[in-house]
Design a protein around this ligand. Structure first.
Ligand code: ZN
Ligand code: ZN
Ligand code: ZN
Length: 368
């Protein structure tokens, strides 16, 4: 279910309402997730300025290089457009579209090279980050976004099942990573974002760089991978064991992490704070004596960005609401030995309960 053109216009109208609420003159958005969210235009970042200007009155204009105009027109036909040629100054074009006074909100991930030029073209303004406005909108996923996230997660689930078919022993991490990437594409992903394959002691590094280590019987292997389908991201982790000879502590740690994830699910519901989900997962790991080995937050929001609001971390008292999608991914990392992480993407439904979008088996799978 692709997002309807009308909903992009509706999102821009809601962004404009936030500008009025906060007396911000305009929202300036360069290529990235906010641009995709507000217009449907997926554009790679480049040194030629593409910038959506949303004015307080709701007018939305895309300032774009002449050579990108055909793509932009195709992707977002309902948007007003001002094109600039190779020798024009696009920053002054943007400045002329900003009417009225007040602060300017800039896309969080706008390149510094653009920020500095815009600051010069719009003197005596206060500059703010766009997420002050857009996070409120993007955190609450609409029906088409929920569906897109569900499809991306299910595709990642199928990719996981496929890699379990082939033995791991004797292969390099990199080969398993390539198999995962291949499986993600075969199962419908149009972009592979990352494939972490962290075997044996490498599993103790949560974001291990998949490398040349040969996987051997007795290894625990953390698989964490994802990408995008129709712009929406997937992100799943499962931990598997190579061979049937699982030692007691490997089994115990896996069980603890699994219970920690279940405790996270039990805590996640409408009205619960983001930090309470983290606390619930963490308590299980702490009680089992592994607290100091759980070295990251329990989860992050997910949508058009792989990591976005809300973050499930101590100190975040934001309350969960229907439409919020986030990972629940406790882990235990034993330096020099092994690691275990189990991660699903989950969403708060309209009835206020949490629903997993990843349904791949959570058990400690034994692979060859
Ligand atoms: Zn991570
Ligand atoms: Zn992950
Ligand atoms: Zn994650």
């Amino acid at each position: 279910m692709p997002t309807e053109r009308a909903s992009f216009a509706d999102r821009r109208a809601r962004a404009a309402a936030k500008l009025r609420e906060r007396s911000i003159a305009a929202l300036l958005v360069t290529p990235g997730a906010d641009l995709l969210y507000l217009t449907g235009y997926q554009m790679f970042p480049t040194e030629r300025l593409t910038c959506l200007v949303v004015a307080r009155d709701g007018a939305a204009t895309l300032v774009c290089p002449e050579l990108e105009a055909p793509r932009a027109a195709h992707a977002a036909p309902d948007l007003g457009r001002v094109t600039w040629g190779e020798t024009d100054d696009p920053f002054s074009v943007v400045a002329t579209l900003v009417r009225g006074d007040g602060a300017i909100a800039l896309a969080d991930q706008m390149w510094a090279a653009f920020v500095l030029r815009l600051e010069a073209a719009l003197p005596n303004r206060e500059f703010r980050v766009a997420s002050e406005l857009t996070r409120e909108l993007r955190m609450r996923k609409d029906a088409s976004e929920r569906e897109a996230l569900r499809l991306a997660s299910e595709s990642a689930d199928r990719a996981y099942v496929r890699v379990l078919d082939e033995p791991f022993a004797g292969r390099a991490e990199r080969e398993i990573g390539e198999a995962l990437a291949h499986a993600l594409r075969d199962e419908g992903h149009d972009e592979v974002g990352f494939t972490i394959v962290a075997s044996g002691p490498n599993g103790a590094s949560p974001h291990h760089e998949t490398g040349d280590r040969r996987i051997a019987p007795g290894d625990t292997v953390v698989l964490d991978f994802g990408g995008a389908m129709d712009g929406y991201r997937s992100d799943i982790s499962r931990t598997v064991h190579v061979g049937r000879d699982v030692d007691l502590e490997q089994r115990r740690v896996h069980e603890v992490v699994r219970r920690a994830q279940q405790a996270g699910y039990a805590a996640a519901k409408e009205g619960a704070t983001a930090e309470s989900v983290d606390a619930a997962s963490r308590a299980v790991i702490e009680e089992a004596g592994y607290g100091k080995f759980f070295i990251h937050r329990t989860g992050h929001g997910i949508g058009l960005d792989g990591h976005e609001h809300p973050y499930l971390v101590r100190g975040n008292r934001e309350r969960l609401e229907p439409g919020m999608a986030f990972s629940i991914e406790p882990g235990v990392y034993l330096p020099g030995r092994f690691g275990v992480r189990i991660e699903d993407v989950a969403i708060i439904d309209d009835d206020g309960s949490v629903r997993p979008l990843n349904r791949a088996d959570h058990a400690f799978a034994v692979v060859g």
